[in-house]
Write a protein that binds this ligand. Sequence first.
Ligand code: FAD
Ligand code: SF4
Length: 508
Amino acid sequence: MSKTLRLILGDQLSHSISSLGDINRESDTVLMCEVMGEVTYVRHHKKKVAFILSAMRHFAKRLCEQGISVDYVTLDDPENSGNFAGEVARAVTRHNATRLIVTAPGEFRVLEDMKNWETDLGILVEIREDERFLCSPEMFESWANGRKQLRMDFFYREMRRHHDVLMVDGKPVGGKWNFDEENRERPDPSLKVPAPLQFPPDEISTEVLNLVGQHCADHFGELENFGFAVTREQALQVLEHFIANRLPLFGAYQDAMIQDEPWMYHSHIGFYLNIGLLVPAEVIATAQNAFDSGSAPLNSVEGFIRQILGWREFIRGIYWLRMPAYATENFFRANRPLPEFFWTGDTPMNCLSQSIGQTRQYAYAHHIQRLMVLGNFALLAGLAPKSVNEWYLIVYADAFEWVELPNVSGMVLFADGGYLASKPYAAGGAYINRMSNYCQKCRYKVAEKTGSDACPFNYLYWHFLIKNRDKLGTNARLGMIYRSLDRMSEEKQQTIMNDALQFLDALN
Ligand SMILES: Cc1cc2nc3c(=O)[nH]c(=O)nc-3n(C[C@H](O)[C@H](O)[C@H](O)COP(=O)(O)OP(=O)(O)OC[C@H]3O[C@@H](n4cnc5c(N)ncnc54)[C@H](O)[C@@H]3O)c2cc1C
Ligand code: SF4
C-alpha cells in the first residue's frame, strides 16, 4: 500500500495546518524532526531553541493522543542527519513512503530546498499553501502589482474590507481607519503594568532545557526562568490574559518604554502566532469581541488589529514578493560591523543596554525597543544589513526570516531604498527621551547635542542625514529636516561630524 508522510515543521504547530487537512489516521505518518542545521544556521538564542523544541514535542504528544501516528526524531538521536532533506530521506526509507505532504515553509531557503525533494528522493512531494495567513502571496502580488512603493495603510484598508473586520456598512467603525492620534502617550513610570503570564517548565520542557544547555552552550542568551507557553491551551491563556489585562491600555502605551519594564502593555503573542499555537484570525476575532462587548476601547483594539491584519500580513507579502534579492539590499552601502555590545549589552548608552539586556534575558523586546532604540542605532551607525539581520534573527524567540527580514532591512535600515517605508525611522535622543525614562539613568545627557557628554543619538542623527544627503535630500518627508540642517552653521555641522566620526571609530 502506498504510504504518505506528512511533514510538520517547527513553526507549523497548528492542528488546522493544511498538511494535516485530509490525514488518513490508519495509514499516514506525521514526521517531525529536530535538526541541528536549523538550530545553528544562525546560532539562535538558547531560550528560542528551547521554546520551539518544547512546543514541537508537546504538539507531537497531542497528535499521538489523537490517535495519529507520529515519527519524531530528536536532536540527540545518533542517526539524525542534522537537516530536513536528510531526515525526510531517512523517513521515506523507514516507512517505505511514496508521497510527502508538507505546508509551504516560512523561509525562502527551506522552500528552495524542498522543491528538490521530489527529484532527489524519487517520491511525490505536495507543497500546500499556508492557509493560516490572511493574505496569500498571490493575493499580495496582485495588490502590489503596478505600485512603485508599497504602503501598509492602503493594504490594511483592503484587508479590513476583504475580511470585514471593524467595518460597519462598508465603512470603518468609528469613522476612521486609524486612531493613532489617541495613542502614543508618554510613559508614566507610576503605571502598574500587569505581570506577564508565565508557565514553569513541565517534564518535557525540563528535558529540552537540559538538551539545549548541552548542545547550545555557546549560543547567545540566557536559559534561566523559562516561562513560555508551549501548548495551544497555554497560548490561548496568554491571549485571554492580554485581552483582559493589557489590551485596554495597549493603544495608549504602545510606543512607551520604562526602565526595567520589558513587557509593557504588549500582547507577547508573536511567539505563538509565529509557530502556530495561535492563528491570526482567532486573535483578531477575540480582540474585536473585546471591543463589541465594551471591554476595550477602539483606539486600542484598532491599533492591535492593525499590527496583525495589517503589518504582519504586509511584511510577509513583501518577503515573498521580493525574495531572494531582498536579503542583499543595501541602499546606503552600510558596512560597519556589529559592535560587541550588541551581544553583551555592555554599553553606557542606557536605552541600548536596557533593550539588549532584556533581549538576552527574555528573547523578547517590544516593538519600539526593536525599532527606535536598537534599529535606530543600527541605521544611524551604518551597521551592515547582513549582520543586523542575523542579529535580529538570532535574538528574538519570534524571529523567522519572513517577518524579521522586511522589518529589519525595510523598516529599520531602509536598505530597500524606500519600498516598504516612505522615510527612514531615524531619530535623535529627544524621541527616546519623550517615549521613555531611560535618559534619566544614562551617563549621557540627552539635551546636549555635541561634546563628550552629549547623547550619541543626537550627533549620529545629523551625521546620518549629512552623509546620506545624496540619497535622502529629495525625499519630500525629510524636506523640513534638511531645511533645519541648512540653517545650522558650518562650524556646528563640522563639530557634529567630528563627534560622530570619533564615536563611530571607537565602536569597534
Ligand atoms: C527591527 C524589527 C525586527 C522585528 N522582528 C520581528 C520578528 O522577527 N518576528 C516578529 O514576529 N515580529 C518582529 N517585529 C515586529 C514586532 O516588533 C514584533 O512582532 C513584536 O514586538 C512582538 O511582540 P508582541 O507579540 O508583544 O507584539 P505586540 O506589540 O503586542 O503586537 C501584536 C502582534 O502584531 C504583530 N506585529 C506587530 N508589528 C509587526 C510588524 N512590524 N511586523 C510583523 N508583525 C507585527 C505581531 O504578530 C505581534 O505579536 C520586528 C520589528 C522590528 C522593528
Ligand atoms: S541619553 Fe541618549 S543614549 Fe542615553 S538613554 Fe537617552 S537616548 Fe539613550
